[in-house]
Design a protein around this ligand. Sequence first.
Ligand code: CTP
Ligand code: CA
Length: 217
Amino acid sequence: MRILITAGPTREALDPVRFLSNRSSGKMGYALAEAAKEEGYEVTLVSGPVTPISPEGVNLVKVESAQQMWEAVQSLCKSAAPDIAIHAAAVADYRPKIVQSQKIKKRDEALTLELERTPDVLGSMRTVFGYQGFLVGFAAETEHLVENAMTKLQRKSCDLVIANDVSRADTGFDSEENEVILCFPSGNTEPLPKQSKRSLAREIIRRVATLAAEKEH
Ligand code: CTP
Ligand code: CA
């Protein structure tokens, strides 16, 4: 069984020395990759720039920008046809419309940046990449956690969305622990207790494996 996982932030270049990014540490995605490997999956990890070292035996594809992540995932969906895809990456939603070829010099008192939307990797899985396997997304929210997660589940045709309250300092972005709510297409939800990202990853992989097998039949 093949599993594809996205992880980490993306970097959107402004000029040769600057970029826009976010606080994602990549820990959740890397923990998922390790747990999937332990369960015997053939794992491909598409990762933005992060510090965690790749788990042994995992096929690591390094990317920087949202566009690169989109292209890498598209080509992997074609060549490797994963049975399960889990999108844990914190992909930038916007990027600078113009990438300057030279370092931007400081001049005026204020500088306005024009941004444009990046491609939605998870949102392209069904519609553009023709992916038919078991599809899992994350939803990072600071309010209306379940409601917003359910909207994402429907919009991106996921089989499961893992909702994560990122307004809390002790869980979510750049922390050791995480507490999530599983959101299902039926509208049902199930909270998983607060625990280390490692143990949460094992739990998620076990659950996803069972759900994916049920969906097959
Ligand atoms: N995602 C993605 N590509 C993007 C943006 C998001 O693949 N350009 C994926 C994330 O990896 C995650 C899910 O979509 O699995 C939801 O990401 P999130 O940032 O919570 O939602 P968005 O759809 O980007 O909406 P918003 O940020 O406005 O809440
Ligand atoms: Ca987003």
